[in-house]
Ligand binder design. Structure first.
Ligand SMILES: N[C@@H](CCC(=O)N[C@@H](CS)C(=O)NCC(=O)O)C(=O)O
Length: 223
């Protein structure tokens, strides 16, 4: 039996989406974030040394990192679903690009934005104005312009293809779902109609609706 070690308010929802899409049986082992630090509980470190979610166990096998989990589930149980055939080199490369890009390039920007936004809130009152200034400067000179370039690239891809690869949903759609859903919760996507349509399509997806029934809607720390 596949067990998903599922931290609330986390990237783990997308793994549940893939499991529902593949119609696999699975069990959710829920974990709560520490209300003060928002970090995962120590118990998760008994499953994998970093104690991050998602992590799955399948019999004796433990797989961490959502991209690796998607690869594992599709190569073991996919039967050709949710990813392009290796014979189609162009599509295979496109699929793999988005699968790796989500955590390799897009998420670090979003996490950086979150961490810098916390800086003024976490600082002693005397240096709050300085922390605010640092946050504003890092945002305006680095994070915001970078994010705009990333979102333009994603928008251009989705405007022509609607989804990240040939199948719906592919492992690449599953992997890209979390950053784009998180963005849609934190800012307007008015300038990015194809990204907004992609997020709306997830909400309407039968497999995603099953996830929401079983695990509740996706929420983020602080919500
Ligand atoms: N790149 C990893 C990121 C895992 C990760 O950082 N998960 C967050 C939740 S979204 C977490 O476990 N945070 C709790 C903590 O750091 O204690 C993946 O995609 O699986």
């Amino acid at each position: 039996m596949i067990r998903v070690h599922h931290l609330e308010k986390s990237r783990s929802h997308r793994v549940l989406w893939l499991l529902e899409t593949l119609a696999l049986e699975y069990e959710i082992i829920p974990y709560q974030r520490d209300s003060e630090t928002q970090l995962a509980p120590e118990a998760l470190k008994r499953v994998h040394p970093l104690g991050k979610s998602p992590v799955i166990t399948d019999g004796d096998i433990t797989v961490a990192e959502s991209g690796a989990i998607i690869d594992y589930l599709l190569s073991r149980y996919g039967e050709g679903r949710c990813q392009p055939s290796a014979d189609d080199t162009v599509e295979w490369v496109n699929y793999r690009y988005w699968l790796h890009y989500a955590e390799g390039s897009l998420m670090p920007l979003l996490v950086m934005r979150l961490v810098f936004a916390q800086l003024p809130k976490q600082s002693p009152w005397l240096i709050k104005p300085i922390a605010k200034g640092i946050n504003a400067k890092v945002n305006s000179s680095f994070i915001a312009p970078q994010l705009t370039e990333h979102l333009n690239m994603i928008e251009n891809h989705l405007a022509t293809r609607r989804q990240f690869s040939s199948a719906w949903p592919s492992g690449a759609d599953v992997q890209m779902s979390f950053p784009l859903q998180a963005l849609s919760m934190s800012q307007s996507l008015e300038d990015y109609p194809a990204i907004a349509a992609f997020v709306a399509r997830i909400d309407a997806d039968f497999g995603w609706q099953r996830v929401v029934e079983r695990a509740g809607p996706l929420t983020l720390p602080g919500q």
